[in-house]
Design a protein around this ligand. Structure first.
Ligand SMILES: *[C@@H]1O[C@H](CO)[C@@H](O)[C@H](O)[C@H]1NC(C)=O
Ligand SMILES: *[C@@H]1O[C@H](CO)[C@@H](O)[C@H](O)[C@H]1NC(C)=O
Length: 290
C-alpha cells in the first residue's frame, strides 16, 4: 500500500526522492574537496558542481578530499584535455598521506598523445611506497569527447578500478592467505591533478608538452563521496556499508567476462606479463593470483 501511505504522509515522497535521486552529481566541490596546489583562480576554476583544472607553462593544478577514508567506492566524472596533448597527464587517484614515501596509492593516469593517437590510461598500485605495477590500455571511446565515470572500489575483499560500469583492474585482498601479498591498507584521500609528465608520459618522454598549444584543460564532476571517513564511528570494514556488501566482494560472472574482454582487447601493457622487467627479481605475489 505504498501509494496510500504517500497520500497520508506527503513528506514520505520527499524522503523517497532525497534517498533515491543520484545526489552525488549535484554536490558542490567545497563540501568534500579543497584545492591542494595551483589554486590561483586561473588554474583551478569554476568551483561548483564542475571543476576545471588548467595547465600552462607556469603551473598545473590539483585538489584533494578534505577527509581520509578507510574504505569506499570513489568516483569522479572526468573529461580529459583533447587535441594535441603529449606529456599532459590527468590523474585521478586515491593515496594515503605520506611525507616519508611509504604511501599506499591507486592511480589512474590519462597520458595525452599527438592528434590521431589515443589517450593511454595507465593504472598503478603502490603499497608502502612501492609501485612498479603499471597496466596500460587504450579506451573503447575518446575520453576527451565527453564525461565518463572512473572509480575505485576499495574494501576489505578487493580493489577494483572501473571505467563506467566496466572493471579494468582487479586486486583481490589475499593478505591473510598468501605470503608476501601486498594490498593497500592505509587511510586514503581522493585526489586529482593535471600536470606536466613530459619526462615520461608519451613515447617514454620523447614527445613533450607543447606549451604553444596550451593551456590544457580537464573537467571534473561528481563531488559526492561514498566512503568511510577514517574518523567515523562505524568501522570501515563493517558489512553495513554498502560497498562492503556481498555483491562488492567479488566480480559477478558478467563483470568477470567484461574484465577479461578488456584484458584481451584493450590492454597493451601489464607488469605481470613483463618477464624482462622481473628477470632478476621476484614477480610480485599478486601476479600468480589474477
Ligand atoms: C584521518 O583523517 C584525518 C583528516 O583527513 C587525518 O588528518 C589523519 O591523519 C587521518 N588518520 C589516519 C590514521 O590516517
Ligand atoms: C585484507 O584482508 C585481511 C585478512 O582478511 C584483513 O585483515 C585486512 O584488514 C584487509 N585489508 C583491508 C584494507 O581491509
Amino acid at each position: 500500500m505504498a501509494s496510500s501511505s504517500v497520500q497520508q504522509r506527503p513528506w514520505l515522497l520527499l524522503l523517497i526522492s532525497v534517498v533515491l535521486l543520484p545526489a552525488a552529481a549535484s554536490v558542490v566541490f567545497d563540501v568534500n574537496y579543497a584545492p591542494t596546489w595551483g589554486a590561483d583562480g586561473y588554474h583551478l576554476v569554476d568551483l561548483g558542481t564542475e571543476v576545471r583544472l588548467t595547465m600552462d607553462r607556469s603551473s598545473g593544478a590539483g585538489f584533494g578530499s578534505r577527509l581520509s577514508y578507510g574504505s569506499g567506492f570513489f568516483r569522479m566524472r572526468i573529461r580529459v584535455p583533447g587535441g594535441y596533448t603529449p606529456g599532459v597527464v590527468t590523474a585521478f587517484y586515491v593515496a594515503s598521506d605520506s611525507a616519508s614515501g611509504n604511501q599506499d596509492e591507486v592511480d589512474l593516469e590519462f597520458l595525452g598523445d599527438v592528434d590521431g593517437k589515443p589517450v593511454t590510461l595507465q593504472t598503478n598500485v603502490f603499497v608502502g611506497g612501492h609501485g612498479e605495477r603499471e597496466q596500460r590500455l587504450h579506451l573503447w571511446f575518446d575520453p576527451a569527447a565527453d564525461f565518463h565515470d572512473y572509480s575505485v572500489l576499495w574494501n576489505p575483499y578487493q580493489l577494483v578500478v572501473f571505467v563506467d560500469e566496466t572493471p579494468i583492474r582487479v586486486l583481490r585482498n589475499l593478505t591473510g592467505s598468501v605470503p608476501d601479498y601486498e594490498f593497500p591498507a592505509k587511510p586514503t584521500r581522493v585526489r586529482a591533478s593535471l600536470w606536466d609528465g613530459s619526462s615520461w608520459a608519451t613515447d617514454g618522454g620523447r614527445t613533450r608538452v607543447d606549451w604553444s598549444r596550451g593551456p590544457y584543460t580537464v573537467a571534473f564532476r561528481g563531488f559526492g563521496v561514498d566512503a568511510c571517513a577514517n574518523t567515523s564511528a562505524t568501522p570501515c570494514g563493517s558489512t553495513d556499508l554498502w560497498w562492503n556488501a556481498r555483491r562488492y566482494r567479488r566480480l559477478s560472472v558478467r563483470q568477470q567476462a567484461a574484465y577479461q574482454n578488456v584484458r584481451d582487447t584493450y590492454m597493451n601493457y601489464d607488469y605481470c606479463a613483463d618477464r624482462d622487467r622481473f628477470k632478476n627479481r621476484k614477480m610480485p605475489a599478486e601476479c600468480s593470483y589474477n
